[in-house]
Design a protein around this ligand. Structure first.
Ligand SMILES: NC(=O)C1=CN([C@@H]2O[C@H](COP(=O)(O)OP(=O)(O)OC[C@H]3O[C@@H](n4cnc5c(N)ncnc54)[C@H](OP(=O)(O)O)[C@@H]3O)[C@@H](O)[C@H]2O)[C@@H](O)CC1
Ligand SMILES: [K+]
Length: 461
């Protein structure tokens, strides 16, 4: 996994003060890294439009123009006068080299967006909205320098942002690149060094970007084992029984030895899934909430109070009952609408979905501060998995998963690992990664996935 930082100004400052690097050295590495990417990956292109703002993001772009000027047809556009010290220095250098500065933008093979980076500090005015709109309309290969212009430090987009194919970000990953809103703008994200290796540039962090290697699939090491060695998951089914059945099938395919659906009515289940009317004697984990609908509160309370690992989903996030069990080390898998209900029930915040989506990391942090034992999996374009002070981002998700039933598969996967004895946090991380990477492997198209396809792909991981 890779560290993510809310801000990097203090990390840049540490480079000056502790490693005696200058702003100029850092910037030369920043601009050189973009030049290197273009030289190595886009050498067949001819023209480049570099669009610069007045601060150091703009300065990166002006330096880039100097580095690429003899190899490409470079068109440098300064949207505002260079204002920061480094922007003025870089400007002096390109002027001395007679590099072409254009007054009007036009489409080029490559666009590099150097309008605003970490310094965006107010909403864009009409001039910049129009400029970014025009850039977005071009059919060029689009590179964002550090951060797509228009995304602020909290990962919010006020009106518009640059839609990049790739974001080359300086020094370390930033939280703002992983808001749900940012997902439509950042493209592929590449981190480059600023004169010291990344592990030296970076300090301790509480946020992490998950990599594929963080998925620890439940491979079996014991040769002398039987089905009981791999746990017994009980999935509590409610009114919408399909949800529980989808979860049960996913859990079975993910390695749990035995899976039973708990339901008072007789169900038509696949032959390998069992049915029980009450929680099984040897139950090693419970999945509850999905499709629950109307239920007998006392019965659910009794189940929730059993000292057995649990994954809780869906309808229970709208019931005060949930607050009674938040001291347990349980896994909760709310989507944004369910999470705002949970925040309200727990008297943490009464906010709209928009407010939550604009500040996902913040509200997860507030929740985990109050309930440090709970593992939260906040669904979204970038899933946040959190416990206590640590937050993990799974950015492998895609629109393929935006379907009824996808969440039930996830609950089943988490329940499966809990039943097999994995810890709640590791269960949530591996299950979430398997869920999104399985969906990524579904190659037919991005609209037709059904839960059984997803389970099939996950079984092949
Ligand atoms: N520090 C380092 O060592 C290194 C830094 N590096 C690079 O520096 C970047 C950060 O630079 P930065 O701090 O100068 O901020 P930046 O993003 O250029 O924006 C500030 C400028 O924009 C203006 N402005 C803001 N909002 C606006 C708006 N809505 N509409 C209009 N104008 C607006 C603002 O104007 P002002 O507020 O002063 O009026 C100011 O002039 C960072 O992302 C990375 O790319 C790398 O080279 C590595 C080494
Ligand atoms: K930018």
């Amino acid at each position: 996994m890779q560290k993510i930082f809310d801000e990097v100004t203090s990390l840049d400052k540490r480079c000056y003060e502790e490693f005696f690097l200058t702003e100029d050295i850092l910037m030369e590495h920043a601009s050189n890294s973009i030049a290197l990417y273009i030289n190595q990956n886009l050498f067949d292109k001819k023209s480049i439009l570099i669009v610069c703002g007045s601060g150091n993001n703009g300065a990166d772009g002006i330096a880039l123009a100097r580095l690429l000027s003899s190899k490409f047809e470079v068109n440098l556009y300064l949207a505002n006068e260079p204002k920061s010290y480094m922007a003025q220095q870089q400007f002096k250098r390109v002027k001395a080299l007679n590099i072409k500065i254009i007054d009007e933008i036009f489409e080029a093979d490559i666009i590099v967006d150097c309008l605003f980076g970490t310094g965006l500090n107010k909403p864009l005015d009409e001039k910049f909205i129009n400029l970014i709109n025009t850039l977005n309309s071009y059919n060029s290969f689009k590179i964002a320098c550090d951060i797509p212009s228009g995304i602020n430090s909290l990962g919010q987009v006020n009106t518009i942002a640059f839609e990049s194919d790739i974001t080359i970000t300086m020094g370390a990953l930033k939280t703002s690149l992983f808001s749900d809103v940012s997902k439509d703008y950042v493209g592929e994200i590449i981190v480059v060094n600023l004169g010291v290796q990344r592990d030296i540039y970076e300090i301790e962090a509480n946020k992490f970007l998950l990599d594929e290697s963080d998925m620890k699939l439940p491979f079996r090491n014991k040769k002398n084992s039987h089905k009981g060695s791999y746990g017994h998951l009980n999935v509590v089914a409610g009114c919408k029984k399909g949800a529980g059945i989808i979860a049960a099938k996913a859990a079975f395919g993910f390695g749990t030895g035995l899976v039973s659906v708990v339901c008072h009515e007789n169900l038509d289940l696949p032959y390998h899934i069992m049915q029980t009317h009450f929680i099984s004697e040897n139950c090693s984990a419970i999945a509850i909430g999905m499709g629950l609908g109307k239920y007998e509160t006392d019965e659910i309370r009794k189940i929730l109070n059993k000292p057995i690992p649990k994954i809780i989903d869906a309808d229970l996030f709208h019931d005060k009952l949930i607050c009674e069990v938040l001291d347990q080390e349980i896994v909760l898998t709310p989507h944004p609408k369910e999470f705002i209900s949970l925040l309200k029930l727990c008297e943490i915040a009464d906010v709209s979905i928009e407010e939550l989506q604009n500040n996902r990391f913040l509200y997860v942090e507030k929740f985990c501060k109050k309930y440090p034992n709970v593992v939260v999996v906040l669904k979204g374009a970038n899933v946040i998995i959190a416990q206590n002070e640590k937050q993990y981002v799974n950015s492998f998700g895609s629109a393929v998963l935006s379907k009824g039933g996808s969440g039930d598969v996830l609950s089943g996967l988490i329940g499966s690992l809990l039943a097999q004895g994995y810890k709640p946090l590791e269960s949530a991380i591996t299950a979430s990664l398997a869920h999104t990477l399985g969906a990524k492997n579904y190659k037919k198209n991005n609209y037709s996935l059904i839960p059984s396809d997803l389970v099939e792909e996950i079984r092949k991981l």
